[in-house]
Design a protein around this ligand. Sequence first.
Ligand SMILES: [Zn+2]
Length: 139
Amino acid sequence: MEKVMAYLNYGRWIVDCPKHGKNGALEVTRETTEYIAPCCYPGSIATFTGVIKGILRNVPDVSARATARNLAVQNNEIFEVVFPEDVEAVLSAVSIRMIQNQNWTADETVEFLHSENVEFLQVDNAEPLPAENAEQEVT
Ligand SMILES: [Zn+2]
């Protein structure tokens, strides 16, 4: 099984399609083990609208998803989702950032993330961020 690397975008883990890039971007969790590109296999994310206990809900279309998965298996296009080895260190490094800046790609080291924190947040990563709206000292 070929592998695809997850990356962090706005604090979300995302996988792109190896063929079509962000056209196949799909949010995954750290428990996600396999990726089927929705751009190549739209049925892999198929839902239908059903009424459950009187409420309209999107329900996974299990039949369409199974068909799409079988086709992906035949084409050897189910990918193993890979997270960085130092995933906890990556998450820790970006945790002090605003959500829109919680980004990481495979070409970035944890040390680089820390250097960005120092450069853009003016923080020493050993120090916690000062509380927002902290009372200003009156002199
Ligand atoms: Zn694709």
